[in-house]
Design a protein around this ligand. Structure first.
Ligand code: SAM
Length: 348
């Protein structure tokens, strides 16, 4: 059975529109620095291992990883080996170019640092047991493991009415436990990891409740006008789920201690720019670019019977409609995302 493609837009498309993800994870960089300062370092000659899980095409990852490299370099002259992991369909060519020669390339900035990429789901083992000294994952572990299509709803997120009565919340809990257990195995004793995810607060608010409303409406219009079949629509699914504090903290115990859990309301950089400029067109373009970069592969990639040209035409129409709805009602898509960063450490 076909499964949803949860990779990001390739060819630099994601990186051009990943400012929302970058700023929503920025508050966690001090935790990553702390992780790199506290992790037990190898006593033998082997390289220190950094792992970045769900790196996409790298523009945000390289700046975060550079923070950890700096903290590690202050402690040891040992070689540092950075693994960037994402799903096999990720655009690894862009990722590797960004790491090697992008403007923020840590390889150009630091001596004795090496990088490689892994194409495998982080819901499976991706590195050997007891191998990783410092781990990082930003804006990735709230993507569910593949759900069989068709699933019937457009968005998995725990917005009122959608999560109720579905098993998606259970799947999100299972996925999170599995993600944490796998990382526990991969961490070396004394290793540290920071994971940043979107979350919901105690009132069940994620801050982006209406981020996908215009998209839902535009896809529904395609069906109403006969340009998309009901069966095709049923296979279109954005498997994002944001767990509350208690679920996020539940997998930790003595063997893997939760050392810190920082929660913030992230400021929405697109909205802040709009408030400064009042430029509705620029806001609509920025918002739609961000939305398309992370939802086009999973939504339109599901239309397996269509040619690439047809998929692009349908996507152009849908995201074009989203942009004009945003121009008319920008306030609807102001998204003060609730974010959580968890720092955990494997016991010695
Ligand atoms: C929004 S991007 C975040 C990228 C980057 N960490 C950042 O901060 O900009 C989410 C990434 O998680 C990856 N991802 C989602 N599910 C995954 C899985 N099961 N295994 C590995 N990566 C996954 C996607 O492919 C995507 O590249």
């Amino acid at each position: 059975m076909a499964t949803t493609d949860t990779t990001m837009q390739g060819g630099g498309g994601y990186d051009r529109h990943a400012g929302v993800q970058r700023l929503s994870a920025e508050f966690a960089l001090p935790l990553l620095r702390r992780a790199a300062q506290e992790a037990a370092l190898p006593r033998d000659a082997r390289a220190v291992v950094l792992a970045d899980y769900g790196s996409a095409t790298g523009a945000n990852s390289v700046t975060a990883v550079a923070v950890a490299i700096e903290a590690l370099r202050a402690r040891t002259p040992a070689p540092i080996l950075c693994f960037h992991e994402d799903q096999p369909k990720n655009d690894f060519r862009t990722l590797l170019e960004t790491i090697a020669s992008g403007p923020q390339s840590y390889l150009r900035e630091h001596e004795g640092v090496f990088a490689c990429a892994i194409g495998k789901s982080f819901y499976e083992p991706v590195l050997p047991p007891g191998f990783v000294d410092v781990g990082w994952s930003a804006a990735a572990a709230h993507w569910l493991s593949p759900a069989p299509a068709p699933i019937g709803v457009l968005l998995a997120a725990p917005t009122p009415g959608l999560a109720a009565g579905t098993s998606l919340w259970e799947q999100a809990r299972r996925d999170w436990r599995r993600f944490v257990e796998l990382r526990q195995t991969e961490l070396r004793p004394g290793g540290r990891m920071v994971v940043v995810v979107a979350t919901v607060d105690d009132d069940g608010i994620c801050g982006g409740e209406h981020a996908y409303d215009f998209l839902q409406a535009a896809v529904a219009r395609l069906v109403a006008e006969g340009d998309l079949s009901v069966a095709e629509r049923a296979g279109m699914f954005i498997p994002l789920f944001f767990l509350p504090r208690a679920d996020l903290e539940s997998p930790f115990s003595k063997g893997l201690r939760l050392l810190d859990h920082v929660r913030v309301v992230a400021s929405d950089p697109l909205w802040s720019a709009f408030e400064r400029s009042g430029d509705t067109d620029a806001f609509a373009t920025g918002f739609t670019g961000w939305l398309r970069a992370h939802t086009e592969p999973c939504l339109f990639g599901a239309l397996a019977q269509r040619t690439e040209e047809e998929r692009r035409r349908l996507a152009d129409r849908v995201y074009g409609e989203v942009a004009s709805a945003v121009r008319d009602h920008p306030e609807v898509v102001h998204c003060p995302w609730r974010m959580a960063a968890l720092l955990f450490g494997k016991s010695n």
